[in-house]
Design a protein around this ligand. Structure first.
Ligand SMILES: [Zn+2]
Length: 136
């Protein structure tokens, strides 16, 4: 299947590691790059992994060689993750307030929010990086 998001190769005299911006295809749909990032995949090809560890971004895509240098999500993913987890916690707190043992409800809600946050954070960061890569 041809890579629809590929653009003609950059100047071969220039290193592919110079910038994350150099091979960004202008025609790549934002939703597609966002979802590829959400799945932890390269926003350009969707094949190579975006992360080499839990939140550590690879320097380049192992499949297509797209450089990820210069893509910095900073605190954005943490902010969005807290926003989502907080909105999940509020209905749980109303539900947990009816339990007999308050400490059991606090422990259960805390565990759900903690596990949910840890699961969301790399996905949100990947989505951020996909959008940043597309917008660069
Ligand atoms: Zn790739």
């Amino acid at each position: 299947m041809p890579d629809e998001t590929a653009r003609p190769e950059a100047d071969p005299a220039q290193s592919p590691h110079d910038s994350a911006v150099e091979r960004v295809p202008a025609e790549a749909p934002m939703g597609q790059t966002l979802m590829r990032g959400w799945r932890g995949r390269c926003p350009r090809c969707g094949q190579g992994g975006l992360f080499r560890a839990y939140l550590k971004v690879r320097e380049e895509c192992p499949a297509c060689g797209q450089s990820f240098r210069g893509l910095r999500a900073d605190d954005g993913p943490a902010y969005v993750t807290i926003l989502i987890a907080g909105h999940l916690a509020i209905p749980l707190m109303y539900w947990g307030a009816e339990w007999e043992n308050m400490w059991v409800s606090v422990a259960a809600i805390s565990a759900v929010v903690l596990v949910g946050s840890l699961a969301l954070l790399p996905r949100v960061k990947g989505a951020f990086l996909g959008v940043l890569w597309r917008s660069a």
